[in-house]
Ligand binder design. Sequence first.
Ligand code: 13P
Ligand code: SF4
Length: 356
Amino acid sequence: MTQKAMDIPTQLAARIDKLALEAPSLPVLSEAEQATLKAEIKTLLKAQNAQIVAHFYVDEALQSLAEETGGLVADSLEMANFGAQSDADTIVVCGVRFMGETAKMLSPEKTILMPDIEATCSLDLGCPADEFAEFCAEHPDYTVVVYANTSAEVKAIADWVVTSGNALQIVTHLKEQGQKIIWAPDRHLGDWIEKETGIEMLRWQGHCIVHDEFKTFELKQLKEQHPNAKVLVHPESPAEVVELADVVGSTKVLINAVKTMDDQEFIVATDLGIFYKMQQLAPNKTLLVAPTTDREAACKSCAHCPWMAMNGLQNLLSCLKDKTGEILVDEAIRLKALGSLDKMLEFSRNAGLVKK
Ligand code: 13P
Ligand code: SF4
């Protein structure tokens, strides 16, 4: 019988939780300290023809700095597209490691820096390349589709790379071609794609430690207390939470919903970092965070990614000043992964999901 899903070993899951708990916290900076650091960073960005490409989950000081200096704040799809199209010599990726690696693989001639290259992702950690390669080798007639939240080595095994901003469209396209799909690594995003497209995939069973925590019972209670609120959910959340959503989509889709919908109140099931952009675009709307695991417990994320939180002004300055945190990718791996990354961007540009 065909194996339908590949579970993550308990030991690996425990190691991921431990790493999340051990992620370092950055010091809180005064406004004066922030202003001094920002001024220094701006000077170095100019001198080095460098741009900041930041994810919606990083600290608001970094998001505002990216925008003030001609960089970008975006979801992972737009981050990849912008990096590939930018004519800067250096790109500073404020986010997690897979985002830096993607930028490097698409632009090997550019210097790609990150404030902290140890900033990882539980989905990436939960899909080791060797084991994934074995799983794929058992099913040679399957098309391998991997989420962008994976290592360069896993992307090198894949036929397609997708993000939450294009996964539905790409899987629908593959389904129309009659292809059988291996999906990795996010089980919840996989659930959502299966439900929306009607396709059945062979699935890796990874999860995001942040989105996995959103809780159905507590969310229903919050909805009862706020009957007019619309529920916005990132598809890395559990299926029962996704079922309660009015809008499901990538970070960009959720931000757009707050901006464009007439409703005044929203319950948001994704990382809290997104509130900065939502509030900036819709200052008069009320945003409530969807409930996570018991808030009294020692929390490993509580709706904020411990690895996104490793990006700060101080380490951003050091990475530009001392060239620490440079992302390098083995050339053989890069060349293998490039095909699927290029295909993803070409598909997304043609589908009007990102700029041509
Ligand atoms: P987006 O591609 O929707 O920005 O999501 C990336 C991510 O890591 C969500 O946890
Ligand atoms: Fe990975 Fe989840 Fe953090 Fe996104 S929020 S980077 S999926 S651990």
